[in-house]
Design a binder for this molecule. Structure first.
Ligand SMILES: Cc1cc2nc3c(=O)[nH]c(=O)nc-3n(C[C@H](O)[C@H](O)[C@H](O)COP(=O)(O)OP(=O)(O)OC[C@H]3O[C@@H](n4cnc5c(N)ncnc54)[C@H](O)[C@@H]3O)c2cc1C
Ligand code: FES
Length: 313
């Protein structure tokens, strides 16, 4: 994890209320140490993954569930390294130095080592994202990351079934391209990506992988119905391994599908966050066991079978 003073490469609207922001991804050679800013809540601890004690609520401290079921990350992606792997995220200081006060978290939607460029896809929501939407190429950008734990590699001879909705579209597109590249290299099966949107206006104008299925609630584009409706009748041809990111009802529905098929399920949660580095317990995710984990440090990719989705709704 490093703080990077970087530059906007491009920004464009890709759907109703959605933007793609691409920015230079060049890590400082020996790492810009994370210098805390107590006034505005920047982390004052180092990287929790490399041994600093977690300061959060002890009740939240069972970090053992970061995507164990599928095992082996798609592209690096554990919190101790600097790879912008699918499922990991950055926090961006959006706006002036103190407004809004907290950094905003966004998952990587793409990363190109050759172009030294990373990207996010974000939805316009409030002050922070309004600031991002106003950025221009060449504008400075203050980024902290990569943070959190990414997706794991699918078990051998399973079909990766990727499910995306709403603001989950960015990380799932990135995971789809990483898994497709692995499959092209003979390292696994080609993924299926199913995406759900309210209507055609929300379908992003981004390159979609071959065979991607678009579902809209009103039938204005692709399959009419929810992505869960679509998947209920879908035959993956192999035992499935589910991966999902999106609204809690969709995540819960994928959880039911995975349970019914006794399939592994990796879920990237988008819990409200404060510090983003495991220090404040502000991102607690309830588990079925009654315990909690921190989305930012123990996730955001978690074993979806363990998460209490009903409590998250
Ligand atoms: C790990 C992680 C990855 C994320 N990845 C993406 C991404 O790839 N693309 C994207 O568009 N967004 C993503 N988000 C959500 C994003 O961080 C928020 O939308 C953003 O912080 C809103 O900032 P704002 O200042 O514009 O809105 P605010 O003014 O802070 O909030 C506007 C409204 O959005 C609600 N809101 C804000 N954040 C969240 C949240 N995390 N969950 C639910 N409701 C929220 C607020 O309650 C409020 O109603 C991610 C969040 C997390 C934790
Ligand atoms: S522990 Fe602070 S946001 Fe996760």
């Amino acid at each position: 994890m490093k703080r990077i003073d970087t530059t906007v490469r491009s920004i464009r609207k890709v759907a109703e209320g959605y933007f793609e922001l691409r920015f230079a991804w060049e890590l400082p050679d020996n790492g810009d140490p994370v210098i805390g800013d107590p006034v505005i809540g920047d982390p004052v601890i180092g990287d929790p993954a490399i041994g600093n004690p977690a300061i959060g609520n002890p009740a939240i401290g069972n970090p053992a569930i970061g995507a164990p079921s599928i095992g082996g990350h798609v592209n690096g992606g554990h919190a101790g390294d600097d790879s912008p792997a699918p499922g990991r995220f950055v926090t961006i200081r959006a706006g002036g130095r103190y407004d809004p006060a907290l950094r905003r978290p966004f998952a990587f939607s793409d990363y190109s080592p050759d172009a030294r460029e990373a990207a996010i896809v974000f939805q316009l929501r409030g002050r922070g994202t309004a600031f991002l939407a106003d950025l221009k190429p060449g504008d400075p950008l203050d980024v902290l990351g990569p943070l959190g734990k990414g997706f794991g590699s699918p078990p051998r001879s399973t079909r990766p079934v990727l499910v995306a909705g709403g603001i989950g579209i960015g990380p799932m597109l990135y995971l789809a391209s990483a898994l497709a590249a692995r499959a092209d290299a003979g390292l696994g099966e080609a993924p299926t990506l199913a995406m759900g949107f309210r209507s055609a206006a929300y379908v992003p104008g981004l390159p979609l992988p071959p065979g991607a299925v678009v579902c809209t609630d009103d039938g204005s584009y692709g399959y009419e119905g929810t992505v869960a409706d679509y998947l209920a009748g879908y035959d993956p041809g192999l035992p499935p391994a589910f991966y999902a990111c999106g609204p809690a009802p969709m995540m819960a529905a994928v959880g039911r599908l995975a349970a019914a098929r006794r399939a592994p399920y990796e879920a990237a949660v988008e819990q409200w966050m404060a510090c983003g580095v495991g220090a404040c317990a502000g991102c607690a995710v309830p588990l079925k066991s009654g315990a909690f984990v921190r989305a930012c440090a123990d996730g955001p990719v978690l074993d979806g079978d363990l998460v209490d989705w009903e409590a998250s709704l």
